[in-house]
Design a protein around this ligand. Sequence first.
Ligand code: ADP
Length: 465
Amino acid sequence: MFKTLRFRLTAVFSILIILAIVAVDTIVIKSYEDSKIEAEEVKLFTFANIVSDIYKGNIQDEINLMLQLKEYSQNLNSRILVLNEDREVFADSYNEFKGRKLDGAEVESAMNLKPLSNIYRLEGKPVLQLAIPVSENAGSEYRPIGAVLISSSLEGVYREMGSLKWTVASVSIGIIALSMVLIFFVSGTISRPIFNLTRASAKIRRGRYGEIVNIKRKDEIGRLIETFNEMSKTLYVVESNRKKFISDVSHELKTPLASIKALIESLTLYENNDVGIYRECLKDINTELDRLSNLVKSLLTTVRFGEEKIVPRKENLKDIVGEVVKLMSPYAAKNNVKLVNNTEADCMVSCDRDKIKEVLINLIDNGIKYGDDNKPSKCVEVGLDIDRKVFALNVRDNGKGMDENEIPYVFENFYRIDRARDGNIRGFGLGLSIVRYILDKHSWTISVRSQAGEGSVFSIYGTTL
Ligand code: ADP
């Protein structure tokens, strides 16, 4: 469990937050403590100065000085000592050290006209000790005539700091705990989609294409999920198409194979068949074999297109149309179809000549195949319209046409409209899918306008050079 992303994120961010809070707390507490001590120092220096003035004014009146010292001492909760120029205690608010000689860093410094303060621990208690000089003007400079020494307990300050530390610590612990809970939930919003994505990927690996992750978000993870879902749907479509293709191919193969088998069986059933019957049957078998071989050829073309690359060159579409019409004319005539070439203008395009010929052959072949025998004359006409940089190459026929609802499907693999309608027409429903594939590769498009009983127009659109 502790190896999961969620716990790792929680642990890392919690440690960072703890470190940040500890650092901030330390800085805040330390500067607060410093400011408190500084305030105490300023207060004591002020009083020391007052005492110094009093001393100077009452050097002869010791009793009055003592009275005032005691009062200040009580107010400040500190001990105040006044030293004479020989470092002897002249007055002590605690009335203990009178006449005693004192030394120490603060006294020494004060006697050198420099005020000084220090913090000591006396019997385990924090004490702020400061001394200022008492000086008189001796000509151009000052001369020390004594010092005021104040000793004040900092216990109050430290007690206050102690309770502040507790307050800060408990607030910090609260914040850390709350942040940890928040981080745990927030990291869940990162780790949960990853977990779901991993689970969905595992399902796809086991073949369950189309599996999607149902989380809607607008951030990077949301986009990752969206892309994953699209990929999964594409895989599903590809897989479904693959299955459909295999099933369609098997189905197409089944029919000629069944016919061949039936023909061979019928031959073996009758004895004394004359040569004519054999010949008839073998002719039918040959037709079925032709159909099989055509099917295999179309299948190979369809499959190969996935790998084949088109080789575009500068070509004149008018020439390509002319070539194909010439090639198809005898076949059209054999089927009583008038094939007309109406392309007049030159039209320079970038295309793979052989592939575009294949497209035209397919379209003209369909126009001939799906001609309407009930019409007095069957006709397929190829025309070219150019409008500035866009051309439209139209293959128009007056054949059987198609129902509106069938049109969207005619470009799909193996799609054939109403097999009963075209009972004796041997198509596989692959021609138009090949056409569209080739045109896609050229970034050209194709559209159909058709009406049952009226005829169809297949229009190819592309850009000229
Ligand atoms: P096929 O090899 O069966 O002709 P296609 O992919 O070329 O396959 O065409 C798909 C279907 O579209 C055909 O089965 C046919 O029903 C219909 N179709 C195609 N071209 C025409 C057309 N010019 N007139 C009427 N129907 C057409």
